[in-house]
Ligand binder design. Structure first.
Ligand code: URA
Length: 232
């Protein structure tokens, strides 16, 4: 792809803005030689104002979502998109969240601009395990694990029972829950269905991927090894 289009698609500016950047000689190769609009250099050989280009299309990233941010692009208030560099909002193809976490849920959120990858991850067929840690308002009764594992639990206004899920009791009011699907507010609704209430909720893992010390509010691009771990 021609340099002008590559840089414009990454959100650095309109075609006109990027034309100006190139004319001003601010786009160079790694050696500092000026590049031109029609050049087709390797992505990792391009610098804008001396800085490497943002990751190319096909981006998959993980973000440590803080409580109080929303996964929508339109909501008022703090959005997860605001945690990324502002020009990411102008990328084409667009970056979307892979599934959602509620405003009051923290933890591991994936984002991508790759529609096929997004579909592969959220497809009901993928059954990719998602692990949540919940703090509960009431002590656990003891039968929740069996109910969640049964494959027969029906949530209000749903037409099919939930897939079996695994519960690990961490303390009388803390539990780790592994789901193999993603329904609306699923964890909160599951605990509500057994007469409890989720006070805090955090997602720690998707497939073989964990936050691994990524600070709250921080993000990082995922490479081929991370992708392999995701599906392992
Ligand atoms: N289940 C919930 O209830 N909330 C989330 O954010 C994710 C799963």
């Amino acid at each position: 792809m021609k340099l002008l289009r590559t840089i414009a698609n990454l959100g650095y500016g309109s075609r006109r803005d990027v034309t100006a950047l190139i004319r001003e000689g601010r786009v160079t190769d790694a050696q500092g030689d000026i590049l031109y609009a029609d050049d087709e250099p390797r992505h990792d050989d391009v610098r804008v104002d001396g800085e490497p280009l943002d990751p190319p299309a096909g981006l998959l990233l993980m973000l440590h979502k803080p409580v109080g941010t929303t996964c929508s692009t339109k909501d008022r208030g703090r959005l997860v998109h605001d945690l990324l560099p502002p020009r990411f909002a102008r990328r084409s193809p667009q970056l979307s969240t892979i599934g959602r976490l509620d405003r009051d849920t923290s933890g591991l959120l994936l984002m991508t601009d790759d529609g096929a990858l997004l579909h592969r991850i959220i497809s009901p067929k993928s059954r990719l395990p998602k692990v949540y840690e919940a703090t509960l308002a009431q002590p656990l009764c003891g039968d929740e694990g069996a109910i969640f594992a049964s494959g027969t639990l029906m949530l209000e206004s749903e037409k099919t029972p939930l897939l079996p899920a695994e519960l690990e009791v961490l303390s009388p009011v803390r539990a780790r829950l592994t789901l193999h699907e993603g329904r609306y507010h699923q964890v909160r609704r599951m605990f509500a269905a057994v007469g409890n209430h989720v006070d805090t909720l955090h997602r720690s893992r998707i497939g073989g991927l964990a936050l691994d010390g990524l600070a709250e509010g921080a993000w990082r691009a995922l490479g081929p090894e991370d992708r392999e771990r995701l599906f392992s």
